[in-house]
Design a protein around this ligand. Structure first.
Ligand SMILES: *Cc1c(COP(=O)(O)O)cnc(C)c1O
Length: 343
């Protein structure tokens, strides 16, 4: 396979700097689910931790364990998928702070913790209905959390939720529900260190969504929102590069060999970056594509399939927009077998 994904770690750190400055005094969390959005969790977390990032967010425990190993013992690692007691034990050994969105899961954590004052972040459902304690169940839930805190099994260090970021009105309603939930938790005697609600888009645009901490995924890697504006000072960190393997009279073939490939529906609607600038992609197969040729095209020439745009290629978000999805979907499809090269 000829393709490789080049990751500019300095670019990620520069993107992070823009985000941190923008949301200060709120704190910044680097979300690293899906192997750091395909960029490689180990290298990304190590670089970010050395750059002073304190909070890391992993969807599941295996990714959280890797983030802990790369970030070192001082970092805060948050993981929010609901897991079983054996996995809870693994998470506690790695000092991972668990997000808790239902009452029986809270009991499981308290039982595994058994007096260790395990830090948890309790989650209110503010309208997404994915996971989270429903508002009608919240008063009893926080009362029980306060009891478990008093008995030394848990420590409520955070209150959080997740919002849709699809309309300002829905987000405003979620924010109001979140503020209610914080008040109810405080009335029950809980004193969390951090309240966190928003991910990239809402927190970037709307200061009142930042609270104490923002969970930034996509924007940290320079992936803007579908349909959203370009972001000042932020650019994509990953470039997927393949090489020309054969040359025909009007088209060249590029072998990229990444399993699953680019969605074939992008054919005719996607441009790539060549040594002569932007060229249209005519056909996309499982492991190779045909693109319009250019004068002097040669076998071995590099073609940028996506990246920051310096050679005429599109960003993953621009590709995603052509087929009605989000940029993350394009980049996480790149097979782990495609080597990552770090700058
Ligand atoms: C994915 C995710 C994020 C990060 O979202 P972005 O839009 O990529 O910034 C934050 N919080 C939760 C719970 C998530 O699942």
């Amino acid at each position: 396979m000829s393709a490789r994904m080049v990751i500019d770690l300095g670019r990620i750190l520069a993107d992070i700097d823009v985000l941190r400055e923008r949301i200060a005094p709120a704190d910044y969390m680097l979300v690293v689910k899906n192997d750091a959005y395909g960029h490689g969790v180990d290298r990304v977390v190590a670089a970010a931790a050395a750059h002073g990032v304190r909070w890391f967010g992993a969807f599941d425990v295996p990714m959280g364990v890797r983030a802990r190993a790369a970030a070192g013992p001082e970092a805060r690692v948050f993981s929010w998928v609901t897991i079983t007691p054996p996995e809870i034990a693994v998470a506690l050994d790695a000092a991972i702070e668990l997000g808790v969105g239902d009452a029986s899961y809270l009991e499981d954590i308290a039982a595994v913790s058994a007096g260790r004052a395990t830090p948890v972040h309790i989650k209110i459902d503010t309208g997404l209905h994915r996971n989270g304690v429903r508002p009608e169940d919240w008063p009893a839930f926080v009362a029980r959390a306060a009891e478990l805190e008093a008995s030394g099994d848990i420590r409520v260090v955070g209150i959080w939720s997740h919002i849709a970021e699809t309309s300002d009105e829905d987000d405003d309603r979620s924010r109001a529900a979140f503020i209610d939930a914080i008040r109810i938790a405080e009335d029950a005697g809980l004193r969390p260190e951090v309240r966190h609600l928003a991910a990239s888009a809402a927190a970037f645009a709307r200061p009142e969504f930042r609270f104490d901490l923002v969970r930034f995924g996509a924007f940290s890697y320079g992936i803007r929102s579908t349909g959203g504006p370009e972001l000042d000072g932020i650019a994509p960190a990953a470039s997927l590069i393949a090489t020309v393997t054969s040359i025909g009279p009007s088209a060249v073939e590029v072998d990229y060999g990444y399993l699953d490939g680019l969605p074939s529906t992008l054919a005719g609607r996607m441009s790539v970056g060549t040594p002569a600038g932007s060229r249209l992609v005519r056909e996309i197969g499982p492991a190779s594509m045909l693109i319009d040729t250019w004068p002097g095209a040669a076998i071995g020439d590099e073609v940028y399939l996506f990246g920051p745009g310096t050679r005429g290629e599109s960003s993953v978000t621009t590709l995603a927009e052509a087929i009605g999805t989000v940029g993350e979907e394009i980049i996480v499809r790149v097979s782990p077998l495609v080597p990552r090269i770090y700058l």
